[in-house]
Design a protein around this ligand. Sequence first.
Ligand SMILES: *[C@@H]1O[C@H](CO)[C@@H](O)[C@H](O)[C@H]1NC(C)=O
Ligand SMILES: *[C@@H]1O[C@H](CO)[C@@H](O)[C@H](O)[C@H]1NC(C)=O
Length: 183
Amino acid sequence: MKKIILLVIFANLFIWVAQAQDQTSWAKRVDTGKEVVTTLQFYFHDKLSGSNPSAVQIAQAARTNNSGTLFGSLLMIDDPLTIGPDPTSKLIGRARGLYGSAGQTDMGLIMAISYGFLDGIYQGSSFSLLSLNPVMNPVREMAIVGGTGLFRLARGYALAQTYSANPNGDAIVGYNVTIVTYV
Ligand SMILES: *[C@@H]1O[C@H](CO)[C@@H](O)[C@H](O)[C@H]1NC(C)=O
Ligand SMILES: *[C@@H]1O[C@H](CO)[C@@H](O)[C@H](O)[C@H]1NC(C)=O
């Protein structure tokens, strides 16, 4: 009984708060108080080598070659996202954007990348990641700053961990992503 009374009080409070926020004629906003938490897990394939690389260098500073951290190098990517670490596993999306070496003393990539999805209900939805990627750390936490479709108004974070890498700079990276959106 107590629980039911509490529920009724909360529901009324809720409607009252929603109405209180809906007072401007030129803009409407109803806060339902409900959030959706989406967690994603996939693999990112960054291929610099070979005749068909998915990551290409588009610019570099004069001093980049003399920098141990490749400071000033900028790459454009269109990297496949797959369900598993195997590059032939199911394609679920593509990561398109830029990353550049932004660290002078240690390897740090500034990532400005849109992760767009092709599969299931997420087809056509994307989230945008804008963050520094300290690539030498075993696990890198990066900020998700927005999104489209099911990821509208997204905020969240990605945890990235290198699955494999070779001396050519090719890398397969595992991503665990947590995104909060509104209903
Ligand atoms: C840097 O090194 C690369 C690869 O060796 C070379 O192609 C490029 O011309 C060099 N760039 C400069 C600015 O020296
Ligand atoms: C990602 O999630 C998987 C499954 O829960 C876990 O085994 C793995 O350690 C996680 N990786 C990171 C970097 O959080």
